[in-house]
Design a binder for this molecule. Structure first.
Ligand SMILES: Nc1ncnc2c1ncn2[C@@H]1O[C@H](COP(=O)(O)OP(=O)(O)OP(=O)(O)O)[C@@H](O)[C@H]1O
Length: 309
C-alpha cells in the first residue's frame, strides 16, 4: 500500500533521514518507533508531500506521491502531534470544517461528522469551544477532525503526548476499532508500550534509518536474553550456582546480597524448571520475579542506548 524507498532528507548539515526504507501493507497498524529526533515526523511529512526531500521514492496506493496528488490525499487522514483546530469554532464546526475539505455533500457530511463525534466520545461537548476542553478532550477533537471523512489510511504522529492515561486508553482503543473497520494505520510514538499494545508491525528507527522491523514478538526474538528471573532471599554455595548455570537455557547468572539473577535464552518454562530444581535441592527462597524483554531491550541491544535517552 505504501512504499518508501531510500528516502534521504537533510536540514542543512543535519541528516534527518538516511536512506529510510519502509513498506506498509493494507490492514496494518504500522508503528514507527524511535527516540526523539530519530526522524519520525520528518518521515511522515515527506510521506504526505508536505516536505521536500533530497532523494528517494514514495508511492501510496501504488501511485507516486506528489504535492498535487489530491486523489491520494483525499484518502488519507492526518492527526499531528500538535493540536490543530480553530479556536473560534465549536467542536461540531471544527469537525464539520475538516470533513468539508473532503466531503462536499452536506447530508453525507452531517452523518460522517455525527459518527466521528460519537466515535471519539464528544457528544456532550459539541457546542463547546476548544479552549474550554481539557487536554484529553482536545486530543479527541483533533482525532475526530482527522478521521471524520473516513479515509483509507490514517497517520497519527504521537497523538498521545501529554495525555492522561484514561484518554490515552480511549485513543488507543479508538485506533484499534478504526483498524477493525478496515482502516490502515501508521502510528508514530516514542512510547514503546503503546506501540507494543496496538501495532501489528513495527519499524524501530534511529538516526533516520530503520534498525529493526517486525512484529513485537519477532523483534524480541532477535534478543539473546528471552527472560530474566530474579530470586530474593536465597542462600547458595558455589556448587549450587554451578548446578543452576548448567540447567537448560541458562545464559548467565549473578549472585549478590542473597539475590540471584538468572538470564535465560527463550522464554518458555524457564521459571518452572529453575524453581523445580531449587525445590528438588531443598533450597529455600523468597520473592521471585520473571521479566520478559521489552522493545527497549531490542533497541538497547542494537544501539547500545535506551529508547528514552
Ligand atoms: N525544521 C528543521 N530544521 C532543522 N532540523 C530539523 C528540523 N526538523 C527536524 N530537524 C532535525 O531532524 C532530526 C529528525 O527530527 P524529527 O522531528 O523528524 O524527529 P522525531 O523522531 O519526529 O522526533 P520527536 O519524537 O521529537 O518528534 C532531528 O535531529 C531534528 O533536530
Amino acid at each position: 500500500m505504501i512504499h518508501i524507498e531510500n528516502l534521504v532528507k537533510r536540514y542543512g548539515d543535519v541528516l534527518a533521514l538516511d536512506h529510510l526504507n519502509l513498506a506498509i501493507k493494507e490492514g496494518e497498524i504500522f508503528g514507527l518507533l524511535g527516540p526523539n529526533g530519530s526522524g519520525k515526523t520528518t518521515a511522515i511529512n515527506c510521506l504526505l508531500a508536505l516536505l521536500k526531500y533530497d532523494k528517494g521514492d514514495i508511492t501510496i496506493f501504488e501511485k507516486p506521491m506528489r504535492v498535487d496528488s489530491y486523489d491520494i490525499k483525499q484518502e488519507i487522514g492526518i492527526v499531528m502531534q500538535n493540536v490543530a483546530v480553530f479556536e473560534q469554532m465549536t467542536v461540531y464546526e471544527n469537525i464539520d470544517y475538516f470533513c468539508g475539505l473532503y466531503v462536499k455533500d452536506k447530508t453525507r457530511r452531517q452523518k460522517m461528522v455525527q459518527e466521528a463525534i460519537e466515535f471519539v466520545g464528544l457528544s456532550d461537548y459539541v457546542k463547546m469551544f476548544p479552549k474550554k476542553l481539557s487536554g484529553g478532550l482536545l486530543r479527541r477533537l483533533n482525532i475526530a477532525c482527522g478521521i471524520a471523512h473516513k479515509p483509507k489510511l490514517i497517520i497519527l504522529d504521537e497523538p498521545t503526548v501529554a495525555v492522561d492515561p484514561q484518554s490515552r486508553n480511549n485513543i488507543l482503543e479508538g485506533i484499534q476499532e478504526l483498524n477493525r473497520q478496515g482502516t490502515t494505520v501508521i502510528y508514530t510514538s516514542h512510547y514503546m508500550e503503546e506501540v507494543e499494545q496496538i501495532c501489528t508491525r513495527i519499524a524501530i528507527i534511529d538516526h533516520g534509518r530503520v534498525i529493526a522491523e517486525g512484529s513485537s514478538e519477532e523483534l524480541k526474538s532477535l534478543l539473546k536474553v528471552g527472560e530474566t528471573i530474579s530470586i530474593d532471599d536465597i542462600v547458595l554455595e558455589e556448587s549450587d550456582l554451578a548446578a543452576i548455570h548448567s540447567l537448560p537455557h541458562v545464559l548467565d547468572l549473578s549472585y549478590q546480597g542473597r539475590t540471584l539473577m538468572i538470564r535465560c535464552t527463550g522464554s518458555q518454562h524457564n521459571l518452572v524448571r529453575i524453581l523445580a530444581h531449587l525445590q528438588a535441592q531443598e533450597i529455600a527462597f523468597g520473592r521471585v520475579l520473571s521479566e520478559l524483554p521489552t522493545l527497549n531491550d531490542v533497541f538497547l541491544e542494537i544501539t547500545g542506548k535506551q529508547l528514552r535517552d
